[in-house]
Every structure is written in structure tokens, then in C-alpha cells.
Design a protein around this ligand. Sequence first.
Ligand SMILES: [Zn+2]
Length: 339
Amino acid sequence: VTKSLDSQDLLEAHVEGVVVNSYHLASEPGLATLGRFNGVKGFMNFPGLVVSDSGGWQVFSLIYRNNIPGDITDAGVVFTVGSAQKKQMFTPEDSIRVQFGINSDIVVCLDDFTPPNASQEKIRESVERTILWASRCKAAFLRLVAEKGYSEQTRPLLMAVIHGGWRRELRKFCAEELVKIGFDAFGFGGYLIDDSTGKLDLELLKFIADLIPHDKIKFALGVGSPADIVQCFHMGWQIFDCTLPTRDARHKRLYVFTGSPIRINDVHYADFYKYVYINRNVFKNDEIPVDPTCDCALCKNYSKAYLHHLFKINDTLAFRLATIHNLRFYTRLIECLRQ
Ligand SMILES: [Zn+2]
């Protein structure tokens, strides 16, 4: 669920794809229910691209963030669940099996998580485990493709995640080993923030993009701000997913292009958009839409004053309309970049 939106809202905002959480979907509604609908696309009636994550992030979060006893070994992730402290194992094969149950278009290999402050030794260990797990994921993937009778045209795509932290030679080693195993798409994992600036390390992202063969899909996992997306797009990254536009919308922060019509290539890096903080009193009587050049359900029909009012009275409609607008801003940005 994209909070407060349904699949029709997503389509009308020209959203081409969504990322779903494998771990959460496997527990609720569960794979048996999804199976009745031939997977999550039928269940949520969304005809676009669906990418499932490996489920690893949720399992690692249990261990790293919630301090639940657990252990990460080459075999898989062991963690305890429930009041009975029952031990459970999550393996690369489990991850692929769950994602085939979800029936997504892009299936992601389970990768080992590298903590931001990891030592060089720990980064190397995580890279080696990521490669080992990726090869097991590939084998499990091929078994399931054969079992389900998919052809080369109807099978899902398989994506691997390049690790190596801030060590470029380890990123290179990881990418080369993963390319040897063979995948349709590549993303990156781990910490990619430049500590000196607190911003995304764009040079490292360019380095990683250049490690991926030209004919493979480049998925910029978790990117990003509109400015970062412009930079990454020019490096060759093609698919983006991010919580920023929807979360910012719920926090009353709307994105607006400064130029009209939009001409991204003409405008300077950081200047092509601005924020409208719709809760400000200056908008109380503003009769103009958030962005008069936008064709979304908010801008086509309502003034800034009306959205300001909806937030003020805490009506959930404010979330829906603001979220639709921010998503449409992102999809317009991508349309413009592709042109
Ligand atoms: Zn709009």
C-alpha cells in the first residue's frame, strides 16, 4: 500500500511501478491468499511493474535495530520469533521462493547487510557472503522458473545487489563476481552517504554504475531526492524507488518545478524545483493550485487554500491529494529526463 492511495490513484499519477515488502506480505495476507489472486498484482489490481525486495532488510532490522537474538552465517539468517523464542532460519532459497509466491516482475537476491561503520574485514566478509548467496539465489531461481514452466519471455527478472561499502576495490570485485554468475539487473547496497557532506556519494554511484554491463538494468535502490535522481539518471541508473515524495507529502511538503514549461537540462542542478510548505498561513486564502502546470488530481481541481484547509482540519483527504501531487511531480521529472 502506498499510504492513502489506491492503484487507480497511482496509475493516474503515471506511476509505472511499485516495490513490495516480501517479508511483510509473506506474513500478512500470506502466500496462500496471494496465490488465489495469482500474486500481488492481481490482489491489488495494479497492472504496472512490481518489484519485490529480498525480505533481508526486515530480518536484519530485527537483529540490528530491535536487538532480537540472531546470527548471520553463510547458511542464512537465524533469528528468534514470538514469545516462545522459537528459532527461525531465513535462507537465500526462502527469499526466492517467497518472491515467486508474490509473483513479482523483478525478484531480488538476498544480500548481506553491511553496517555503515563496518571495518574493512567485515565489508569483505559481507561481500563474499553476498556473492555466495547470489549464486544460491540464481540456482533457486532457475529451479523455480523450470518448475513453473516460464519461458525466457514470461519469466521474472532477477536482480543482484553490489556491496563493498566505501571500498571501491571491493565494489569492483563484488560486481565482477556477480556479473560472472549472470543477472538481469543490478542494484547497490550498504552505506552510500559521503560523511564529509552528509549527502549521497555521487562519485561512488557513478563508479558502481560503470561496473554494470551496458545491457543490464541499473536499479538505484532508495534514490532519492529529485536532484539526486537527475544526477543518477545521467550516470545510467534507470529505476528509482524512494519514500521521500510520499512521506514529504504527509508532512505538508510539496514539490514544485520552478521553470514552466519544465526544461530540466537547461536549469542548474539544485534550482529546478522548490518546496511549498502548504501549512504556512500565507496559503490560507491562496486561490491558485500548488502547480498550475501540473495535471494531477490536486492541481487540476483544487486551490492551495483548500489543501491548506484539509491539513488544518486533519482530514485524511489531505494526505491523498498531497501524495498524488508529489508522485506526479516525480513522474513528470522522469518523463522530462527521458525526453
Ligand atoms: Zn499537482
